[in-house]
Design a protein around this ligand. Structure first.
Ligand code: PPE
Length: 314
């Protein structure tokens, strides 16, 4: 990770190296944080953040689930902060990471009296599953770890604690020579990757697990579903049994970091032709045409970042 100049903290800009917290902050012991990941794309008319307000809304929702009712900033303020952040750091394209967490002040599990802190950082981040992944696809496995059972850790909240489970899935996969792992849910149905939603193509129709299967309500997932609607490709949200993965024509991941990544094998079983399939490719093309500004932003998904540097607010 290459440091950038500024990080946004509770409404002000601070230097990258000043963004430090006390070791006894609540979040360190108890993982009491929720966060987001957004991409800012380079377009011919400048930098543009993808689905900014939708990400901020999910972060506020994630916080509310953990009784962080008032994080101190409105959706508009959080969205504006992200735009200002990219602008002060003078980046053309980047990944943006807003984090809301319980800070320093009270120790013990009951978190209600700890101050809530909001930070936002950005940096340049390349391809998530390797440079080749978008064109050639990745080799993945079904994880021996399952996703959180309902009523244990809420999957609709993008909370740090959920990523302990993700770490187990991802590290196991990587140690065993796979790029990523797919987790099943507590009932044994397909859930999602450690950091991606999953889609299965068979006979021209697309299947994806519904939100009840312990998945994050992905913004890229939603975007792909809307593109499918426009392209006339049926998407069915339904339980996906594990073996449906093996007999699929195409399988792909979606996520802010992973974008739309084809999967070419699962548990060393070749998926379809063993390379990016035609539907995956069509969706990638449609998606990248929008985020790169090559075609009109007909869904209103991009928020432009003005080029000039503003006076940092204090
Ligand atoms: N499921 C999980 C568990 C997940 O972490 C992500 C995003 C998604 C689905 C897709 O959601 P969306 O980005 O809204 O389409 N994972 C983020 C974190 C990656 C990381 O390693 O950190 C991301 O892609 O930004």
């Amino acid at each position: 990770m290459t440091p950038t100049e500024k990080i946004w903290h509770n409404g002000r800009f601070i230097g990258w190296d000043e963004a430090k917290i006390h070791v006894l902050s609540h979040v360190v012991s108890y993982a009491s944080s929720v966060f987001e990941g957004l991409r800012c794309y380079e377009t011919a008319s400048g930098a543009a953040i993808f689905r900014l307000r939708d990400h901020m809304r999910r972060m506020v929702d994630s916080a509310k689930i953990y009784r962080m009712e008032n994080i101190g900033f409105s959706l508009d303020e959080l969205s504006q902060a992200a735009v200002d952040l990219v602008r002060v750091n003078r980046l053309k394209s980047c990944y943006i990471r807003p984090i809301v967490f319980r800070g320093y002040g009270q120790i013990g599990v009951d978190a209600r009296n700890t101050p809530v802190e909001v930070y936002m950082a950005c940096w340049e981040w390349g391809k998530y599953l390797g440079e080749e992944a978008l064109a050639n696809g990745v080799d993945v496995c079904v994880s021996s770890w399952m996703r959180m059972a309902p009523n244990t850790l809420p999957a609709l909240s993008k909370a740090a604690g959920n990523y302990l489970n993700s770490q187990l899935i991802r590290m196991e996969a990587n140690v065993n020579g796979y790029e990523e792992g797919i987790a099943l849910d507590a009932a044994g149905y397909v859930s999602e990757g450690s950091g991606e939603n999953i889609f299965v193509v068979r006979d021209g129709k697309i299947y994806t697990p519904p939100l009840g299967n312990s998945v994050l309500p992905g913004i890229t997932r939603d975007s792909v579903m809307r593109l499918c609607e426009e392209l006339g490709i049926p998407v069915i949200e339904t339980l996906v049994p594990r073996e449906m993965l093996y007999i699929a024509d195409e399988v792909f991941f979606t996520g802010t970091a992973a974008e739309i990544t084809p999967i070419r094998s699962i548990d060393r079983i070749t998926i379809g032709e063993g390379r990016r399939g035609p539907i995956t490719e069509k969706l990638q093309r449609t998606f990248f045409d929008i985020v790169s500004g090559a075609v009109e932003d007909r869904f209103g998904w991009l928020t432009p970042v003005p080029a000039s540097e503003p006076v940092p607010r204090s």
